[in-house]
Design a protein around this ligand. Structure first.
Ligand code: CA
Ligand code: CA
Length: 318
């Protein structure tokens, strides 16, 4: 008579198969691997950023040579990220943001000091009550990065999309942003130290901008033409080694943290100070000099600032 007990050999084989499936799902996932999520006809493409350790910040020499207009605030320190995360391949686009605004009726508020958004009017950057994400003062198609998005707007968007996708969607921390941008590099930019190479990787203040904005020639402005005066459609430039586009230039990207001084010692999974006045953002923009687009360069804004230089990128923590 056949035994009803499970065949030990088959049981063992299933057990081995069961164990072997897990490394494929977690440990062996490659940096830059894609995750494509869909909601209401909109595609969100994320790239995998594995757990790891890196040196955050840059050298005093790098900062000094860039003539960054703030005190040295990016001293190098070791950061360990114990959990991997998915980062949106591009900044959040107008198409994505419009869906959120239409569905929720979200109101961005009146901006810094209640005086509206910063955008382009009559050949210069001004603050005006009629400037917001629907009209920053220059043409924006659905494939351009959403701009004039406050930190508070960005967090509201994340909350909304978390419910839609049934997953936690948030802003990256400053450490996660820099870790992903560096993608294992320690140079000024992920493509090396030569800022002239930026012409292939990001939309910054270039010769075209200088001419149209009527700026004088200056050592901070490169001679190249990147092809865009205002924002550029996302993916117009080459990605970084982990498949992330538009990290440098185009729009600054809000991060989760309050702005504060870096720790002097090694840290694990840093999230910034517990309280603060400004929120961090990263990467430079179409109307800022290349020096703001360095991997280690830090910037910050009040959480209610509406600025045509400021957008955001999404993070799904593992
Ligand atoms: Ca440009
Ligand atoms: Ca950017």
């Amino acid at each position: 008579m056949r035994s009803l007990a499970p065949n030990p050999v088959i049981f063992f084989l299933f057990f081995v198969l069961f164990l072997s499936a897990f490394p494929l799902m977690a440990e062996e996932r490659k940096a830059g691997e894609k995750l494509v999520l869909n909601d209401a006809g909109i595609e969100y493409v994320f790239r995998w950023c594995p757990p790891g350790e890196f040196t955050m910040g840059s050298s005093f020499e790098e900062w000094y040579e860039s003539r960054y207009p703030y005190d040295f605030n990016e001293p190098r320190h070791t950061v360990r990220l114990t959990r991997g995360f998915w980062l949106l391949e591009t900044p959040v686009t107008v198409r994505m943001y419009r869906k959120f605004a239409e569905e929720t009726g979200h109101d961005s508020g009146k901006g810094l000091n209640g005086l509206g958004g910063f955008g382009w009017r009559d050949g210069k950057i001004v603050q005006s009550e009629d400037i917001d994400w629907t009209d920053p003062g220059f043409p924006q198609t659905d494939d351009h990065p959403a701009v004039c998005i406050t930190w508070e707007d960005a967090v509201s968007f994340c909350r909304w999309l978390s419910e839609r996708l049934k997953r936690t969607v948030t802003l990256p921390t400053e450490a996660q942003w820099e870790y992903a941008a560096r993608a294992g590099t320690q140079t000024v930019f992920f493509f090396g130290d030569d800022r002239e190479e930026m012409v292939h990787y990001g939309n910054v203040v270039d010769e075209t901008f200088r001419e149209k904005a009527g700026f004088p020639k200056s050592p901070g402005i490169p001679e190249f033409r990147d092809g865009f005066f205002f924002t550029s459609p996302v993916r117009s430039f080459r990605p970084n080694p982990w498949g992330l586009y538009d990290l440098y230039g185009n729009v600054f990207e809000s991060c989760l943290d309050w702005y504060g001084e870096y720790p002097t010692e090694s840290v694990t999974d840093p999230v910034g100070p517990p309280v603060g006045q400004y929120r961090t953002n990263r990467g430079g923009s179409w109307d800022f000099l290349i020096r703001s687009a360095r991997s280690g360069a830090r910037s910050w804004d009040a959480p209610n600032v509406l600025d045509a230089a400021l957008g955001f990128r999404l993070c799904i923590p593992e």
